[in-house]
Design a protein around this ligand. Structure first.
Ligand SMILES: [Zn+2]
Length: 117
């Protein structure tokens, strides 16, 4: 038996943050929008509120209560989502800039407004 070398996903620079509003651009969840709940940088994945829901069957337990079917979000590849600019409300590409205060901020390529700030 030859153990297959586990290939780590090439880390991409994820510029999305928790609470960002994103739109899914591809796949069966295409067109859905939601808030980023969590970013998994080492896996290039994000968890988006109410997107890519999966059903989990749980057993009754003192911690989980009655058990049954629980719906929860499954992580999506970061390449499948696009940030929605809060200023122009469009899924957008953005660039990085440094503000006058020396902070890194994202700028919408469309309306040129700062996304962070
Ligand atoms: Zn914009």
């Amino acid at each position: 038996m030859t153990p297959k070398a586990k290939k780590k996903p090439e880390p991409v620079r994820i510029r999305l943050k928790k609470n960002d509003l994103v739109e899914v651009t591809t796949g069966k969840e295409k067109g859905k929008t939601g808030k980023v709940l969590k970013v998994f940088r080492e896996k290039n994945q994000v968890l988006v509120e109410k997107v890519n829901m999966i059903k989990r069957h749980t057993r009754p337990s003192p911690t989980a209560g009655q058990g049954g079917i629980v719906e929860k979000e499954a992580p999506l590849n970061v390449a499948k989502v696009m940030l929605i600019c809060p200023k122009c409300a469009t899924p957008t590409r953005f660039t990085m800039t440094t503000t006058a205060e020396g902070k890194k901020a994202r700028v919408c390529r469309k309306c040129k407004e700062l996304i962070d700030g």
